[in-house]
Ligand binder design. Structure first.
Ligand code: ZN
Length: 270
């Protein structure tokens, strides 16, 4: 465990290096289509791969540009997960996963307030969030359903090739559970830890590891298949293939109609 002083010293060192002039020829962000220089090249941080906006999006969402799942995106998967859970909640592996999740939350001791959380290590922050969930009366069941929902949604909608995505989405959903997102002080003010950074990955991984003993990829495939018809509806219909010649004809018809050519207009196509 590192002391608070050595962490502060490390933080100052990072700040100094982040502002240091770039010693390399300027390099561009690795995200396709992004023209911005990397943080390092712009003297705006340490990243040698990403520009500042993409780096910050990655910290907050677990992907360079994909936004976190919306409620509407998750809904069909959530419904299918509840269906599955109704039938399997008494299975031995599910009971075991639930008791491990329960132990994970209840073994973290008393939570520190959101202000003190700021100076904790990423793992400490993750454990503190678990303690807060426990004190707010959140159940192992809630965490378990979140893991299944996120895994099934990711399997169906992607994004793929983003190793932190699932863990970050799981902890975002867990943190969002009502009453557990921050500290509420007696004077009526509230403080919420920023939802970004390494601790989201720690938190998501800890929860996912305990929940995942209860199901395999066949379960995820089953839930996906159940959710698919509803998931399709919420997406915009595919655009028909573009047909320029027809478009041109329709524009001409509309044009002639505008001038009151009257009756049926026949256009001889070439
Ligand atoms: Zn970029």
């Amino acid at each position: 465990m590192t002391s608070r002083n050595s962490r502060l010293r490390a933080a100052r060192d990072i700040k100094r290096r982040a502002k240091a002039p770039s010693t390399y020829p300027p390099e561009h962000c690795v995200v396709p289509g992004c023209e911005l220089p990397t943080q390092r090249s712009a003297s705006q941080g340490l990243s040698e791969e990403y520009c500042k906006p993409h780096r910050e999006h990655l910290r907050a969402h677990g992907h360079e540009h994909r936004k976190s799942y919306s409620k509407a995106e998750l809904m069909p998967f959530r419904q299918a997960v509840l269906e599955w859970y109704r039938l399997h909640q008494h299975d031995a592996p599910v009971r075991m996963a639930l008791s491990r999740l329960e132990a994970l939350m209840s073994s973290q001791g008393r939570s520190q307030d959101a202000y003190r959380q700021r100076s904790m290590s990423p793992e400490g922050k993750a454990r503190n969030t678990l303690a807060r969930l426990h004190e707010a009366g959140k159940t192992a069941e809630q965490l378990f359903l979140i893991v299944l929902t996120i895994q099934a949604t990711q399997a169906e909608l992607g994004p793929w090739g983003a190793p932190d995505w699932e863990a970050v989405q799981i902890s975002k959903q867990a943190k969002r559970l009502r009453g557990a997102a921050g500290t509420h002080y007696p004077d009526g003010t509230s403080r919420y830890p920023r939802s970004e950074g390494l601790y989201l990955r720690h938190l998501g991984r800890m929860i996912e590891e305990r929940a995942s003993i209860a199901f395999g990829s066949d379960t995820i495939d089953h839930i996906r298949a159940q959710a698919r018809p509803a998931a399709k509806v919420s997406r915009p219909p595919a655009r028909p293939p573009r047909d320029d010649s027809r478009d041109e004809l329709r524009r001409m018809e509309a044009f002639l109609g505008l001038f009151g050519a009257g009756g049926r207009t026949t256009i001889v196509g070439g």
